[in-house]
Design a binder for this molecule. Structure first.
Ligand code: ADP
Ligand code: MG
Length: 258
């Protein structure tokens, strides 16, 4: 199966060469971890550098905000749109659903017009309000993802999870069951500094890195960095420093709180 590049430095190596064409990926994480930035970078780099036109569907932010925030990273989305390589669509979950169910609906038409290969939906969290029934939601997401796959699109969805540290930070929404790949973003506290970490929880049909990577959002966008060396317990959100492979706790240098 062909793989495409994400446009995020360091990520494709972790994914053993990139995302499968026509696959679906959810980027899940608490507010401010950079989900929208990851998704925008995927679409912008696709259009501007990788020869793949893209569609960015936003339920939450007005297009003006998307343009402005992207411009802060040097990504001129308007220019790509004018060149016919990108389209931003501000809509509601209900409208998107009905357009996808229609014969030759909005997404079909845009795909035909610009030859889109990638699509982002930011975020699916609002879509969850279409129904309170888990089974129905799962069916909704399933038909959404299959519809986009049928159009030949590689899909990136963002999903908001509550801001929590530690083990509670699990990801249990129905979207996780229907997508091919799950990238999980989280905050970790390292020596009184808040850092951000990425884990790849699942990749269908491919091997992938299992380690926890630091990532940085800077002036050029997202870059995946090294592992957190010398720390363990990253998934708890409160890692401890290791001394020659042992933690301070194990060394008995600090006493466990009860
Ligand atoms: N131009 C920039 N330079 C560096 N960091 C930025 C810039 N713009 C946004 N960020 C960082 O990105 C984060 C927001 O990312 P965003 O993609 O909106 O998060 P989410 O969609 O997960 O809520 C902010 O917390 C901020 O730290
Ligand atoms: Mg966002």
């Amino acid at each position: 199966m062909k793989k495409i590049l994400s446009g995020i430095p360091g990520l494709d190596d972790l994914l053993d060469g990139g995302l499968h064409e026509r696959s679906s990926t959810v980027i899940a994480g608490p507010p401010g971890t950079g989900k929208t930035t990851f998704a925008t970078q995927f679409i912008y780099q696709g259009a501007a550098a990788l020869g793949e036109a893209g569609i960015f569907i936003t339920f939450e932010e007005f297009p003006e905000i998307i343009y402005r925030d992207a411009m802060n990273f040097g990504w001129d989305l308007k220019e790509q749109e004018a060149a016919g390589k990108l389209r931003i669509i501000f809509t509601s979950p209900a409208v998107l659903k009905s357009e996808l169910e229609k014969e030759n609906g909005l997404i079909d038409r845009v795909v035909a017009e610009i030859g889109a290969k990638r699509i982002v939906i930011d975020s699916v969290t609002l879509m969850e309000q279409i129904s309170c029934d888990t089974i129905e939601l799962r069916q909704l997401f399933n038909s959404l993802i299959n519809g986009l796959k049928r159009l030949g699109l590689t899909t990136v969805l963002t999903s908001e999870v509550p801001l929590l540290f530690g083990h509670e930070n699990t990801f249990e929404t129905s979207i996780g069951f229907v997508v091919d790949n799950i990238l999980f973003l989280r905050y970790v506290e390292i020596e009184s500094e808040l850092e951000t970490a990425l884990t790849i929880l699942k990749v269908r049909g491919s091997k992938h890195a299992k380690d926890i990577r630091k990532y940085e959002i800077a002036e050029n966008g997202v870059t995946i960095e090294t592992k957190f060396s010398g720390h363990q317990g990253i998934l708890t959100g409160f890692p401890s420093r290791m001394i020659s492979g042992k933690t301070l706790l194990e060394e008995g240098l600090i006493r466990k709180k009860r």
